[in-house]
Design a binder for this molecule. Structure first.
Ligand code: HEC
Length: 209
């Protein structure tokens, strides 16, 4: 081994030495991140989405997998990030929007769609699914909720955030502080109302079947 190393040219030694150094640094970083993650009292990567499925919602989750939605989307930790991550979408969109999007994506989406819509778009088949299946999938999606502060949540984290305060100090003109109130000091009422609306709609339609 040592004989072989001695036979290498200087450039090769530098190159291999550098690669070996990179590997050592990467392994060291990985170990220190893992040690920090496992020994920290607060989760380093908190999970900010959650779900609590009704019967229709659970059926919708099965349809979601069966109909290949997870080849473009991610939900409850499954699937790909190629398209939109749908975890927490129920906190951003209500049941009515979701059902309408699945039925008529081009008439519902805020801008032009890429994949959903009419053939030959790759997700055109979604609008052709039976109405009951689309309904259950929409219930499922509306029950994917995000906690405050999560990427999909409408509201920022509860309490003080040094990062948000620093951003406000840097970018917000004083006049805005008079014109607008800080939503972090309000309660979560709006999100609760949206949730009730979503569940109420899901319940209403559920009774029709
Ligand atoms: C070929 C890839 C692909 C497949 C398959 C697919 N989607 Fe999508 N989906 C997208 C893309 C891309 C968007 C963004 C809108 C667009 O450009 O079409 C999207 C958007 C959405 C949205 C809208 C989100 C919003 O915020 O308005 C929902 C809901 C959704 N998809 C659900 C589904 C469901 C349910 C299925 C399966 C029945 C599915 N998708 C299958 C690619 C896909």
């Amino acid at each position: 081994m040592w004989q072989r190393w001695k036979r290498l040219k200087t450039g090769e030694k530098v190159l291999f030495g550098f690669v070996a150094l990179l590997v050592v640094v990467a392994v060291q970083n990985y170990i220190s991140i893992e040690v920090r993650r496992l020994s920290s009292a607060n989760p380093v990567r908190p999970i900010l989405t959650h779900y609590d499925f009704s019967g229709d919602g659970f059926h919708g989750s099965e349809l979601f997998r069966k109909n290949n939605c997870s080849s473009c989307h991610r939900a409850i930790g499954n699937g790909t990030n190629m398209g939109l991550d749908l975890d927490g979408i129920g906190s951003r969109r209500d049941f009515k929007y979701l059902e309408s999007f699945l039925r008529d994506p081009e008439g519902t989406y805020i801008t032009r769609t890429v994949e959903h819509g009419m053939a030959p778009k790759s997700a055109a088949y979604v609008a052709q699914l039976p109405e009951k299946d689309r309904h259950d999938i929409a219930v499922f999606l509306s029950q994917l909720r995000a906690d405050r502060g999560g990427a999909a949540a409408r509201l920022p984290p509860v309490g003080k955030s040094g990062f948000i305060d620093a951003m406000l100090d840097m970018w917000v003109p004083d006049s805005w502080r008079i014109m607008f109130s800080d939503i972090r000091t309000k309660d979560d009422g709006a999100d609760e109302a949206a949730k009730k609306g979503a569940d109420g709609a899901a319940q209403g339609n559920h009774n029709d079947h």
